[in-house]
Design a protein around this ligand. Structure first.
Ligand code: ZN
Length: 452
């Protein structure tokens, strides 16, 4: 059955304009003039955006489902306007580092997910022989850590491991996503800190993860990218000091893309209270000046996209009572609030919803190579929509979060913008606080052929 939705502010590739979107069987048939159909839903002055795509989510199921699972994680995502997420290969047990582990992931996700999803595989020390099989089995690319990952099942890689993995990944035509911090500068920083350094103050933590760790890691990846021409994606860039290097790599034509996260764009080190371990993540949230340079890089297109790095844990592991930044689990959960957090800051800087859609939908879909059906409103694309009220003010409370454990640095923040509805392939899965009881999310599997 053909259906349509319309609004005076539909964010299309040609900008925001009045339009009527006709769809059938989950696919968009046409984007027409506003008012061209009398039936269907009319959202008037509310905005209609393409469904957001989050390429950096830790669902943790199977194995650490008590941290976050597909049922709770995808509900939070739907409430945040996301219609597709790509799950990271670590923090679940097993990690997604071979085909059997990918099968366990698929089994865990099936029948539980409210939105569409896909998987990254892991490239860890010693598994270069598994990468080709994982690519053939349908992962969208691979993730590696250049520093300790925080969980023992997911081993970090050094240059020698990368030299084994990158030719295989390049041959498969997939991207390698990299957590870009090197252990050397972090170790040196720890040595510089005195034994009495107070780990309950944020500045101690910030000093322990210096900019150099990111800059040197990115230097290494640029060098290896030049050698192997393997697509590289730098996840969660926090340090603006790496931007000149990345700009230069772009000028050179290297296939490198860059993401940053809402928490690096919203918060600043100067205002993080001592003991507030809900702000702990790696790399760390840096200064307000650094934050402005990240915004400038987004505006210029040097940073391609924004992903959440949604990485929750049980509240006890955050050690909120002790406020110990050294021992607390690092990771920030934000799936349900990322859009208003970014919109609040983007609007204040004179940026538009078209910009936000580019960073949070179109570019992530392109990076993950799922842009034939996700990331924009246009003929032939999935009927994935977010109905968004850009003028609604909202004070974030636990009931807005929807992920498994309502711990987040955004609690109490006053944000601009509210997700009213989310549609996945034409199905309304989130409607003003209510969820579709029937999870119909599907896996987006890479179906390109792997050349032998
Ligand atoms: Zn992550």
């Amino acid at each position: 059955m053909q259906r349509s939705i319309q609004s005076r502010h539909v964010v299309t590739e040609e900008g925001t304009r009045p339009a009527n979107v006709l769809f059938e069987d989950g696919r968009i048939l046409a984007v027409r003039e506003y008012g061209s159909s009398s039936g269907g839903e009319d959202f008037g002055d509310l905005c209609v955006l393409p469904g957001l795509v989050d390429t950096h989510v830790h669902i943790n199921e199977p194995g650490r489902t008590e941290w976050e699972g597909f049922a709770t994680g995808t509900r939070a995502a739907a409430a945040g306007g996301y219609t597709c997420l790509v799950d990271m290969p670590l923090n679940s047990v097993p990690s997604t580092v071979d085909v059997a582990a990918l099968a366990a992931k698929r089994e865990a996700a099936a029948g539980q997910s409210l939105i569409d999803y896909a998987f990254w595989g892991g490239a860890v020390e010693g598994n270069s022989g598994e990468l080709h099989g994982l690519a053939e089995a349908g992962v969208l690319g691979f993730k590696s850590f250049l520093i300790d990952s925080g969980v023992s099942e997911f081993a970090m890689v050094c240059e020698r491991d990368l030299r084994l993995a990158m030719p295989v990944i390049a041959h498969c035509g997939l991207p390698l996503l990299v957590h870009a911090e090197l252990p050397g500068p972090v170790k040196q920083a720890h040595h510089r800190l005195s034994r009495q350094a107070p780990w309950t103050t944020y500045s101690t933590y910030l000093e322990s993860r210096p900019d150099d760790a990111e800059v040197e890691a990115i230097e290494l990846m640029v060098r290896l990218c030049r050698e192997y021409r393997c697509r590289i994606h730098i996840v969660h860039l926090a340090s603006a000091k790496a931007l000149p290097l990345l700009k230069q790599a772009r000028v050179e034509g290297l296939p490198i893309t860059i993401e940053t996260c809402p928490h690096y764009l919203y918060f600043a080190a100067e205002t993080i209270p001592d003991g507030a371990t809900q702000f702990k993540c790696a790399p760390p949230i840096r200064s307000a000046v650094n934050r402005e340079r990240l915004w400038e890089a987004l505006r210029e297109g040097v940073i391609d996209l924004i992903a959440t790095d949604h990485s929750p844990c049980p509240p006890a592991l955050k050690l909120i009572d002790q406020g110990d930044f050294e021992k607390a689990w690092g990771g920030i959960a934000s799936l349900s609030v990322a859009l208003p957090a970014i919109w609040t800051n983007a609007k204040a800087r004179g940026l538009t919803l078209t910009d936000v859609v580019r960073w949070m939908s179109t570019k992530p879909a392109e990076m993950a190579r799922i842009h034939s059906s996700k990331g924009r409103i246009g003929r032939g694309m999935d009927a994935d929509f977010v109905v968004f009220d850009p003028d609604a003010a909202i004070r974030i409370e636990q009931r807005h979060l929807h992920f498994r454990h309502p711990v987040s640095p955004y609690l109490g923040e006053e944000l601009l913008g509210r997700v009213r509805r989310t549609y996945v392939r034409g199905q309304c899965v989130f409607n003003d606080g209510h969820f579709d009881p029937d999870p119909r999310g599907r896996e987006w599997r890479r179906c390109g052929t792997v050349v032998d």
